[in-house]
Design a protein around this ligand. Structure first.
Ligand code: NAD
Ligand code: TDX
Length: 339
């Protein structure tokens, strides 16, 4: 198969490329990425010289360039990870989220229609369902839960999902959508909760917990997400949505405490800061459909995954220190002040 992976220089996309190149060495992977602040070419160094891999710097919103690439590559499958992905940034500046996440998705699907494709897969998120109350642990998101978004980010992802379903129904495009819970693991940009707390703790800096830290997220090790997407593009039913999650709900404050403990840092570093606007209370995925239809189950226990992740950040300090030393400092200053 010839697979175009968009957003492959980011966190999940790069992990997906490594996973696919190991599992399916006969496939060819073309990574299309704009290299925004969240994209890092250095991440892809281990595969850059592989004959089955090609990197192309490109914006998914650039219709002429995208069509040109499809004409050259004739991909069988497109997996779209490319997105603006950080909720806090979407609250500050929604526009780029609408551009990339909605318009970009439509450009990619137009290219798929024009040049033909076996499968277009949209990587979506549990955030499209909105949130669940913390005091109702019996409730979960299923694929039939209505879309009910809170942030500009999740609204842009839900809009893209609606477009994907429209392209399937109207044009017969062979699409699938996956909606995954919070990922953690290597190469996650240090603006996100887990790597941010690891980086700050290592520097003995305050650990900024929004509000009381009681919000709940359903954490999945990134490789388990990659395995699920691989299964969906090979065996998933066209036109379907698959939820992905590992029944691993944790409160933010407990994650931060665990990181302090693992790094031998005092909990006194924890600083409660102003809550995120519109902060979703709880996400929790019911993964019964992907389990029953495709046999997928998460394989990494949280206690092992978080240990591996913390060790990875300890072993790859150059990777994240380079990232946080540049433009990111302006963002950090705006978000957290001098903390
Ligand atoms: P990320 O921010 O780490 O990476 C995004 C990548 O997309 C970057 O390499 C960036 O350069 C690229 N990109 C951004 N705009 C682009 C454009 N216009 N054209 C081409 N490339 C562009 O994001 P991530 O955390 O790896 O998330 C990947 C996908 O998975 C996103 O669609 C996100 O919505 C979804 N998702 C993420 C999570 C999570 O926990 N991180 C969970 C569920 C779903
Ligand atoms: O400094 C912080 N302090 C804090 O308390 C940050 C950055 C986050 N938080 C809280 C907010 C959330 O409740 O931690 C939780 C996780 O925050 P993020 O890492 O920003 O993730 P989240 O908002 O849950 O969204 C993530 O999961 C779903 C990804 O960023 C999305 O791309 C994905 O769709």
């Amino acid at each position: 198969m010839n697979i175009i992976v968009t957003g492959g220089a980011g966190f999940i996309g790069s992990n997906f490329i490594f996973y696919m190149m190991k599992q399916h060495p006969e496939d060819r992977i073309v990574c299309l990425d704009k290299l925004t602040y969240a994209g890092n070419l250095s991440t892809l160094e281990p595969v850059m010289d592989s004959p089955n891999f090609r990197f192309v710097k490109m914006d998914i919103c650039d219709r002429a360039a995208v069509y040109g690439l499809f004409e050259e590559e004739h991909p069988d499958v497109v997996v779209n990870f490319a997105a603006e992905s950080h909720v806090d940034r979407s609250i500050e500046n929604p526009e780029i989220f609408l551009q990339t996440n909605i318009i970009g998705t439509s450009v990619l699907m137009d290219a798929c229609r024009k040049y033909g494709i076996q499968r277009y897969h949209q990587v979506s998120t549990d955030e499209v369902y909105g949130d669940l109350p913390i005091d109702r642990p019996d409730l979960f998101f299923t694929e039939n839960t209505p879309l009910h978004t809170s942030s500009p980010y999740s609204s842009s992802k839900a809009s893209a999902d609606l477009l994907v379903n429209a392209y399937h129904r109207t044009y017969g495009l062979p699409t699938t959508i996956s909606r995954c819970s919070n990922n953690y693991g290597p190469y996650q940009f240090p603006e996100k909760l887990i790597p941010l707390m690891i980086a700050n703790a290592l520097a003995d800096k305050p650990l900024p917990v929004y509000g009381e830290g009681l919000n709940v997220r359903d954490w999945l090790y990134v490789e388990d997400h990659c395995k699920a997407i691989d299964l969906i593009i090979r065996k998933g039913r066209v036109g379907e949505v698959y939820n992905i999650g590992g029944h691993n709900e944790m409160r933010n404050i407990d994650i931060v405490r665990l990181i302090c403990e693992a790094l031998g840092k005092p909990e006194s570093l924890i600083t409660h800061v102003t809550d995120r606007k519109g902060h979703d209370q709880r996400y929790a995925i019911d993964p019964a459909k992907i389990h029953n239809e495709l046999g997928w189950l998460p394989e990494t226990m949280f206690k092992d995954g978080i240990k591996k992740t913390i060790q990875w950040y300890l072993d790859h300090q150059d990777w994240w220190k380079t990232i946080i030393s540049g433009e990111y400092q302006n963002y950090y200053q705006k978000m957290y002040g001098n903390r």
